[in-house]
Design a binder for this molecule. Structure first.
Ligand code: PRP
Ligand code: URA
Length: 209
């Protein structure tokens, strides 16, 4: 089974509290989501392979390490995932960015796919899917399936807040995908919203409600 990592760094927990607060407006919400993504990227990239190189400091030659040219792709699930892209790229600037458009039908809660544009060399990249919310898991599973259809083998899913139902759904369908979250909440309500969650991530990020 894929790993579930709950990132409990104090800075992450503090910022999660701020984005949950209904008094936090769009501008701060967007800034916090960006900062959270950057802090999480630090952990998510912990296992990037290194290679030894030799460089010359002003004092002497030194054997030292750099990231071994592993190619990374980042895929936000539209819309709310867009808010996490900048934070990841600030730590992994060479990553290419694909986009997957999936929304949740408000009646059935089933994922509806409407857009997919990936880097042409997607099959050779390791991918990080970003989406602030993992609720039923339908959207995440849809995004993972799309990447797998394009030949992607190594996928990590990074979300800010998850419901236990969403984590189980992804683990059941894709046991080779590691999940990184900042908070595991209690449950889903009758409308498929995470409780206590933070409301509608896309609307809060883009000010559409
Ligand atoms: C939200 C969220 C996830 C999805 C999670 O998107 O950003 O993509 O719901 O729910 P699930 O785990 O039950 O699939 P939404 O459908 O509201 O689309 P939007 O970002 O375009 O508003
Ligand atoms: N999508 C959201 O934006 N919020 C939830 O709580 C569930 C799905």
């Amino acid at each position: 089974m894929g790993k579930l990592m709950i990132l409990d760094h104090p800075l992450i927990q503090h910022k999660i509290s701020l984005i949950r607060d209904k008094k936090t407006g769009t501008r701060d919400f967007r800034l916090l989501v960006d900062e959270l993504a950057m802090l999480m990227a630090y952990e998510v990239t912990r296992d990037l392979p290194l290679k030894e190189v030799e460089i010359e400091t002003p004092v002497a030659k030194a054997k030292t390490k750099v990231i071994s040219g592993k190619t990374i792709g980042v895929v936000p699930v539209l819309r709310a995932g867009l808010g996490m892209v900048g934070g990841i790229l600030s730590l992994v600037p060479a990553a290419k960015v694909g986009h997957i458009g999936i929304y949740r039908d408000p009646e059935t809660l089933k994922p509806v796919e409407y857009y997919c544009k990936l880097p042409t060399d997607a099959a050779e990249r390791d991918f990080i899917i970003v989406d602030p919310m993992l609720a039923t898991g339908g959207s995440a599973n849809g995004a993972i399936e799309l990447l797998k259809k394009h030949g992607v083998k190594n996928i990590k899913l990074v979300c800010l807040i998850a419901a236990p139902e969403g984590v189980s759904a992804v683990q059941k369908e894709h046991d080779n995908v590691d999940i990184y979250i900042a908070a595991l909440d209690e449950r889903l309500n009758d409308h498929g919203y995470i409780v206590p969650g933070l409301g509608d991530a896309g609307d809060r990020l883009f000010g559409t409600k």
